[in-house]
Design a protein around this ligand. Sequence first.
Ligand SMILES: Nc1ncnc2c1ncn2[C@@H]1O[C@H](COP(=O)(O)OP(=O)(O)OP(=O)(O)O)[C@@H](O)[C@H]1O
Ligand SMILES: N[C@@H](CCO)C(=O)O
Length: 352
Amino acid sequence: MASFTIRVPATSANIGPGFDVVGLSLSLYLSLKVTITPPSSGSPRAPPTLSYTGEGADEVPLDPYKNLTTRVALYVLRCNNIPQFPANVSIHVDNEIPFGRGLGSSGAAVIAGVILGSKLGNLDLPQSRMLDFALMVERHPDNVTAALVGGFVGSYLRELDAAATEAASVPLSEVLPEYPPDAGEEWGLDPPPPPLGIGHFVRFGWSQTIRAVAIIPRFELSTAKAREVLPTMYSRKDLVFNLQRLAVLTTALAQEPPDPELIYEAMKDRIHQPYRKTLIPGLPEVTSRITPETHPGLLGICLSGAGPTILALAIGGFEKIAEDARLIFREKGIEVDWKLLQVVGGSTVSIP
Ligand SMILES: Nc1ncnc2c1ncn2[C@@H]1O[C@H](COP(=O)(O)OP(=O)(O)OP(=O)(O)O)[C@@H](O)[C@H]1O
Ligand SMILES: N[C@@H](CCO)C(=O)O
């Protein structure tokens, strides 16, 4: 019997001005314990069995052809000429990352799937190739890159030539077909492998004194819905506003001691947060009423990913920040939970 455990951290994307560009890996984990037993002769081949505890357990599909993580694993296998899951695989998932809250649950599930596919197919994919596969599923790089490599990370997607652009534009429904073919039927054509080197990243420095307070409203907001409200065109003024802040932020969060005056302003955004306030009652109030002056220890505050979680970066005063955010959300009829998190390393595979 072989077994291994895959552990993928939560992530917070954007950190204010870095929309679709920066991500931070945080100390909540999606863990998969995978066991492969040798097939006994004559036993019918069965797809992996899935069990699940923790966040999302009541809503996540346990059919391996519908579950996001196992569908991604199968995509990786099929791109590598392995048409099916190996036999006798059982997977227990334990998940600490709440779904649809802006803490990178789908990015973690995708990265877990890529690593799972690589392990099940004995493919030994390098990190850069894993990122290519992940980017074919989650097409903005901020969450998946931070979940894979860990830390405070900036990333971009390479401009692809015409052939690679076509390969990368395969619709998601072909990358991740939802149902297996009926018995005796073939899968459709294998999906084309991702182009090489789609995503590139750099890890920024990070002051070890900074913690992340995640204030998590008790409602889900899908990333797809939170992207629909965004405009497709921006003014030069708003773009420059964000670029100026992002340039400062990437270095300011590594300085010792971190400077709240610099960081609070550098975490402001005009590209996505103003448009998402319609979906997240209380967002403008929380980000404007909780400041370094009113809450000593606070460095900056922003929407986490596509929301609705609020991320406060701070070196102290964590409880007051979270409890005051709770009161502001309560004025809008929204209850929250909060967690004090650390910035952590990336995904790991361990063998007992
Ligand atoms: N562990 C998991 N296993 C299977 N599916 C998952 C898992 N985690 C998340 N998902 C799927 O991803 C959906 C949430 O993805 P979505 O992109 O909307 O939010 P998010 O990733 O939590 O937030 P954000 O991208 O803003 O950080 C869930 O509703 C579920 O369908
Ligand atoms: N950059 C993405 C992160 C969410 O996955 C967004 O804000 O829509």
